[in-house]
Design a binder for this molecule. Structure first.
Ligand code: NAP
Ligand code: SF4
Length: 677
């Protein structure tokens, strides 16, 4: 139902592109889900897209599909190269159209990013993020690749797609042709800009000629390469004008090559933080422009559109987090949106580990077939107590309440959220507060009763009487025992992050897992705060430099921080694949010192005494030692409750096991248990 006074007028004004009139200005951006390559994956993928079409996306773009074998992202990677491939996609286009949606296939040739030994590129220059060196395409090879693109486009049209997105950014093959960093050819495909642009222009012209005027061609144009020897702004404008003239209907914004060492989509990137790039292209072309990157809530989208930065906004991961994000925005119900927190943990990190993408805050994403929306079972409703309102407890309570059970949540703290209340205090992680907000609102909507500031025990639960009791009491810091560890300058990370303890200027951090890194970040962000995101990372907001790079500001913290771990492994090696480098680079640039392979000896007046990796005794004279030495389960209640009542006792998340615990596992366990009660 449309609200009487739409809060987001620009977002919900329709837009016509080719023969399509889009109901709103939201594009669901391309995401590789990992189902594309799975046997029987297309049915699951169609279910995934169908839910997003029902959720109101104006236009959906599929994950990248290669026009040929050499361009596939990995061995056996998705291709659109023959009629059999096209037929396999019909289940997707049918499902989306039946749900009232529109869908484009993304054509993506990986070039030197393709992770296999037969990859190709304009020149034989290896990517720093790929162990396979590409062969240089011959002139014939280039011509046949262009023909492959055109053949794929015709097959996509046959499969029922409304159009294509041609991936020309992020450092993939087309992008590789455009800049000297990767194109050192001296024939008609290299050298001058005219020659370097020839490859994308012939692709767009060829597809337009082959597919006719009504087929949508969206071109994803790299507007900010963020790599050395990337493009200049004048080249971006020239390319955009030529892409329009070649027959594209929409230009989408591409920000940053995958090999760039600047974050472009992680949580610390400000919301909509790259729309200034799209804005600079406004007025240079007459076709609609799409802005992207770190749009996750309707107000950010609306602000970019209202400011005239773009004609449309593309969001990708937010559709994993909440398939109904558009419908909820349209109904002025932003408070009901399950917000993407930009963590990459269950989406991109999964893809890099060759697993199916899902979402940390929405485990149903990518699993719509195996985890259908359950109808509420009113008849067999049970009385369910959930002890602990962290990620595991909140997700369990919500699923159980949605299933029709009478759910009561007991949380000892004065607010829901558990460990997320610590995470949201870390610089650049404030999005974690959105997840707490979502669960608070949804629990209320689902009819769950929440008691805050109440430490539940068997006596309290017996007063009410429950059929099922879920212990979701999380974790507690692992005690650190060493001569001197009882000293008052030895503190735990919770007291530091909550501000209970103010630490001095010389700090030792014991333990370098996720929490150790977060704590170091928290204690060292003083200069970054003054510089702001762009200056900290060396992004030229004026877009006057090649690749949009300028020297990063001096990020050195005023504190002297040393991090320690006993293992000799790389520090932060267990952090997320797609975000770990950001944390390591940040701390290094801030001057935080890493010590691996240490043996702790004692803490005394002279500070932390330890043996270094070579066995040499060292002493770090510090004001505080912050303990981040991992976690133990907080599960004392489980055994007591099992003896105390005629109920079933379950434990989930950290209370179940602190081993390899993270928010993703906690929410999955909560969701699964809540659905199965
Ligand atoms: P963790 O990742 O297991 O790290 C524990 C650290 O403590 C390790 O560096 C370990 O190194 C050290 N340690 C373990 N036992 C010790 C002992 N007895 N004495 C001294 N040091 C000891 O645990 P966490 O940092 O508490 O994180 C908990 C979970 O939250 C993890 O799953 C983590 O991935 C997740 N998390 C992730 C992020 C992120 O990705 N940014 C942020 C926060 C939390 P040594 O044993 O080598 O000394
Ligand atoms: Fe967003 Fe994290 Fe979910 Fe990925 S896993 S969609 S980044 S919330």
């Amino acid at each position: 139902m449309k609200p009487e006074h739409p809060q987001y007028p620009h977002l919900f004004s329709p837009l016509s592109v080719a023969h399509l009139t889009l109901p709103n200005r939201v594009i669901m951006g391309s995401m590789h889900i990992g189902l594309e390559e799975k046997r029987d994956g297309m049915k699951a993928l169609s279910e995934f897209y169908k839910e997003r079409a029902q959720g109101g996306a104006g236009l959906i773009v599929t994950g990248g599909v290669s026009p040929n074998r050499r361009g596939a992202l990995g061995p056996g990677g998705a291709r659109m190269a023959n009629s059999r491939h096209a037929r396999a996609h019909e289940v997707i286009t049918d499902a989306v159209h039946l749900a009232g949606g529109r869908i484009c296939l993304q054509l993506l040739h990986g070039g030197r990013y393709s992770y296999h030994p037969f990859n190709v590129a304009p020149s034989a220059i290896q990517a720093p993020i790929n162990r396979f060196k590409p062969s240089a395409l011959s002139s014939r090879g280039i011509r046949s690749t262009i023909r492959d693109y055109i053949r794929s486009a015709k097959l996509a049209q046959k499969a029922g797609y409304d159009g294509l997105e041609i991936m020309g950014s992020e450092g993939y093959l087309i992008n590789q042709f455009l800049v000297r960093r990767t194109n050192q050819r001296s024939d008609e495909w290299g050298g001058t800009l005219e020659n370097r642009m020839r490859f994308p222009l012939e692709i767009v012209q060829g597809i337009r000629a082959a597919c006719g005027p009504d087929f949508v061609i969206m071109y994803r144009l790299s507007m900010l390469d963020l790599v050395e020897e990337g493009g200049s702004w004048s080249e971006v404008v020239t390319l955009a004008c030529n892409i329009e003239a070649a027959g594209a209907n929409i230009i989408n914004t591409g920000i940053g090559w995958h090999e760039a060492r600047i974050p472009t989509i992680a949580t610390l990137v400000p919301r909509g933080g790259f729309s200034f790039v799209t804005a600079k292209l406004k007025g240079e072309v007459s076709i609609p422009l799409v802005t992207t990157n770190r749009f996750n809530m309707p107000d950010a989208c609306e602000a970019a559109l209202a400011a005239g930065h773009a004609d449309m906004v593309s969001m990708a991961r937010p559709f994993l987090a909440d398939p109904d994000i558009v419908r909820k925005s349209e109904a002025n119900q932003a408070h009901r949106i399950n917000t993407c927190i930009g963590c990459n943990q269950a989406c991109l990190d999964h893809i890099f580990q060759r697993q199916t993408a899902s979402c940390l805050v929405n485990p149903r994403a990518g699993n719509e077939l195996s985890m259908p929306v359950l109808p509420p079972q009113v008849v067999s409703a049970k009385r369910v107590a959930v002890i602990g309102g962290g990620p595991a407890g909140m997700s369990c309570a919500l699923e159980a309440a949605r299933a029709g059970h009478q759910v009561t949540v007991y949380e000892a703290a004065e607010q829901l959220g558990g460990q997320f209340n610590l995470a949201r205090r870390i610089p650049g992680k404030s999005e974690f507060a959105e997840t707490i907000r979502y669960f608070e609102n949804m629990l209320e909507e689902a009819g769950a009763t929440v008691h805050l500031g109440v430490r539940a025990d068997a006596a309290l639960l017996s007063e009410t009487g429950f059929d099922e009791v879920v212990v979701a009491t999380g974790v507690q810091p692992r005690p650190f025992r060493l001569p001197g560890s009882e000293r008052q300058e030895v503190v735990n990370y919770i007291d530091v992050l909550t501000g209970k303890v103010q630490v001095g200027n010389r700090v030792a951090i014991v333990g370098a897992g996720g929490i150790g890194f977060d704590t170091a970040d928290f204690l060292s962000h003083d200069r970054d705060e003054e510089l702001g995101f762009y200056a900290s990372w060396g992004i030229d907001k004026e877009l006057e430099t090649i690749g949009g790079l300028k020297p990063p500001g001096n990020r050195k913290t005023k504190r002297e921080i040393h991090m320690f771990q006993r293992s000799e492994k790389k520090m932060g090696g267990g952090l997320g694949k797609t975000t770990g480098w950001i944390h390591r680079q940040t701390l290094k640039q801030r001057g935080v010192k890493f010590h691996t392979g240490v043996r702790y000896e004692m803490i005394g007046d002279e500070g932390l005494v330890y043996l270094d990796a070579k066995g040499v005794r060292q002493c770090f004279n510090c004001d505080h030692v912050v303990i981040c030495a991992g976690q133990l389960p907080n599960n004392a209640l489980v055994a007591t409750l099992q003896l105390a009542g005629d109920w079933h006792v379950h434990s989930i998340g950290g209370a179940q096991s602190a081993q390899k615990l993270d928010a993703e596992r906690a929410i999955i366990e909560g969701t699964q248990l809540g659905r199965s009660l």
